[in-house]
Unconditional design. Structure first.
Length: 209
């Protein structure tokens, strides 16, 4: 979704496919984030997973705990993989920027690293829309690579992508500016299990509407 072109991310992640899960499945911080969310969700909560990828670990963990999960991903390959891996959840191939969202309809929204190929303005707009889709008291989990970069071309898992992100303070401001309260923050460094991977900073924000 780089530079307003919805198919750029689809092409990149179609090519990456299941290798993404292999590279990032070992993130202890991601699993800890899900554990915290599970502690806060009501029974049989309704959860939106934005950029659901292969469905693991996010959708699988939440669905296994009895929650109703809808995953949205722009990559047809990822949606096919997720549907096979996590049949107890629902997945839809779509650009989240174009998906109508009913107000106050979800108990939680997960956004794990799926903002990075949107422009900064698109990220702000989307987080506001996702906040409005939360029921009062609902939870929104945001995770990103907290670097102050805009329109930077880089190679990610063999695919050229264009990245936009915020530094930690600006990312927190993105959340609070959308009407969220940050209730927990976890900053860590993670090295993906992928040839040539280097350590990268990760920032997880647990937020409440």
């Amino acid at each position: 979704m780089a530079e307003g072109h919805p198919h750029a991310a689809a092409e990149a992640f179609d090519a990456i496919g299941a290798d993404y899960e292999t590279a990032f499945a070992g993130s202890a911080a991601h699993h800890a984030s899900l554990d915290r969310l599970l502690e806060r969700l009501p029974p049989r909560g309704r959860v939106l997973d934005v950029g659901s990828g292969t469905g693991r670990p996010t959708a699988r963990t939440l669905a296994a705990a009895g929650h109703e999960v809808l995953g949205i991903d722009v990559s047809p390959v990822m949606v096919e993989l997720a549907s096979a891996r996590v049949p107890e959840a629902s997945f839809r191939c779509a650009d989240i920027r174009e998906v109508p969202l009913e107000g106050e309809s979800f108990d939680a929204v997960c956004v794990y690293f799926s903002l990075l190929q949107m422009s900064r303005d698109e990220q702000r707009s989307l987080v506001r829309r996702l906040t409005a889709a939360l029921r009062p008291g609902g939870h929104l989990v945001l995770a990103t690579v907290p670097l102050d970069v805009e329109g930077v071309s880089t190679v990610f898992m063999g695919q050229e992508v264009r990245v936009n992100s915020f530094g930690p303070e600006a990312f927190r401001a993105l959340a609070t500016g959308a009407g969220l309260t940050v209730v927990h923050e976890d900053g860590t460094v993670f090295t993906p299990s992928h040839p040539g991977a280097v350590p990268e900073p990760h920032l997880f924000l647990d937020c409440r509407r």
